[in-house]
Design a protein around this ligand. Structure first.
Ligand SMILES: Cc1cc2nc3c(=O)[nH]c(=O)nc-3n(C[C@H](O)[C@H](O)[C@H](O)COP(=O)(O)OP(=O)(O)OC[C@H]3O[C@@H](n4cnc5c(N)ncnc54)[C@H](O)[C@@H]3O)c2cc1C
Length: 351
């Protein structure tokens, strides 16, 4: 285990922001973690855990120790006639565990195919896509307590999952390093088999793609392949145009508030979810712009901008600072607040 100084993080965040860490260490196994606990750079500095860097915006250099998760390994813990328990170490890439699962025709995480980043970061914001969230299959999360050096296991309830939210973003923020997670996957399709009784539960955008492309679902890989294809066509590839996916969360409002908005904006799109109304933030951003009659969608100022196909995604056209991206985000937040009275919240972790 080697502590490095003044470490360049530009290749370790998908926004491609040039930021430096005062100290940097890569964790390859649990022995590294135990050793780390005793050294001065760990004890005396602020710490930041880093996985794939696909949900962070460095707004300045990090004046502390970056702990880079490279813990590897995926194993089947238990299997019965219905379910399979899979444990994955936190430094595995999330999409690899999806592949591991669909190769065995297991069901539960196929809709989460191609979400970038590591397994260890997936519980932080309870990753979600196409109507499925991590919490739907998660059994437990293994963590390393950075104050005591103890290992702990948190069950699903203790993680307090919500929409792009968990205990790790709130009361336990920065306190636990996630070393592994265990998922309970199903041997039978819970919802997606075409023609099955639960067919109606297929997420609309996915259903549309399946119908248009005449795809009949025979196994979970068919779903993960379809999701991957849709995602590749819709979202900018960070390797080509650096970005961190959706910069903002969608907005949830009470029905009564929504009705008022609907009177002024009859075309406002919405989804009913868990007793509330979800309004796509991408639509709100598209309706606003830097000047009257313009839209943020496709807007560019120097080397920062809003993607032209997806208004939720802020992009770095090359050489942008995190501060510039944040300035643009703040202008959009103010503009949406002014027009709709709704507050956009960043989904990306601001460092
Ligand atoms: C193109 C694109 C598309 C995306 N699409 C989606 C999507 O559909 N759905 C979705 O939910 N997200 C999406 N994201 C966001 C991102 O993929 C997820 O948030 C992912 O879980 C981040 O993983 P990461 O390893 O890159 O985390 P990082 O960016 O490295 O870290 C994110 C946060 O988690 C903390 N963290 C990281 N690892 C650990 C650990 N082991 N222990 C404790 N804390 C840790 C970090 O300190 C930071 O606060 C997308 C991102 C991109 C770039």
């Amino acid at each position: 285990m080697k502590i490095q100084n003044n470490y360049n993080l530009s290749k370790l965040n998908t926004f491609g922001i040039l930021a430096k860490a005062k100290f940097f260490v890569e964790i390859n196994n649990e022995t590294d973690l135990k050793e780390l606990f005793d050294i001065g750079e760990f004890k005396n500095n602020e710490k930041l855990f880093l996985g794939g860097g696909s949900n962070v915006l460095f707004t300045k250099d990090f004046d502390g120790l970056v702990i880079f998760n490279k813990l590897k390994g995926i194993e089947i813990l238990k299997e019965d006639s219905k379910n399979v328990l899979i444990k994955s170490m936190g430094g595995e890439m999330w999409h690899d565990i999806v592949i591991f699962s669909v190769e065995r025709n297991l069901w539960g995480i196929e809709n989460l195919a191609f979400v970038p980043g590591t397994v260890g970061a997936a519980p932080i914001q309870n990753i979600g896509a196409y109507g499925v969230e991590l919490k739907d299959t998660l059994e437990n999360v293994e963590v390393f307590d950075i104050e005591t050096g103890e290992k702990k296991v948190l069950d699903k309830e203790e993680c307090k999952f919500g929409y792009r939210d968990s205990v790790f973003k709130n009361e336990l923020k920065g306190k636990y390093f996630i070393t592994a997670i265990t998922l309970k996957l199903s041997k039978t399709p819970a919802r997606q088999l075409a023609g099955g009784e639960n067919k109606k539960k297929i997420y609309p955008a996915l259903e549309k793609y399946l119908v248009e492309n005449k795809i009949e679902i025979k196994n979970s890989k068919d779903i993960s392949d379809a999701v991957t294809a849709i995602r590749k066509s819709k979202l900018p590839n960070p390797e080509v145009i650096p970005n961190a996916g959706s910069f903002f969360k969608n907005v949830f409002v009470k029905e009564i508030e929504f009705k008022k908005l609907q009177k002024t904006y009859p075309n406002i799109p919405f989804f009913k979810e868990n007793g509330e109304i979800k309004i796509p933030s991408g639509w709100l951003i598209e309706q606003c712009g830097p000047a009257n009659g313009t839209s943020w969608k496709g807007y560019r100022l120097g080397n920062v901008g809003v993607h032209d196909k997806q208004a939720l995604v802020l992009v770095n056209y090359g050489g942008a600072t995190g501060e510039k991206v944040l300035n643009l985000a703040n202008k959009i937040i103010a503009n949406v607040k002014e027009k709709f009275g709704l507050k956009l919240t960043p989904e990306v972790n601001l460092i």
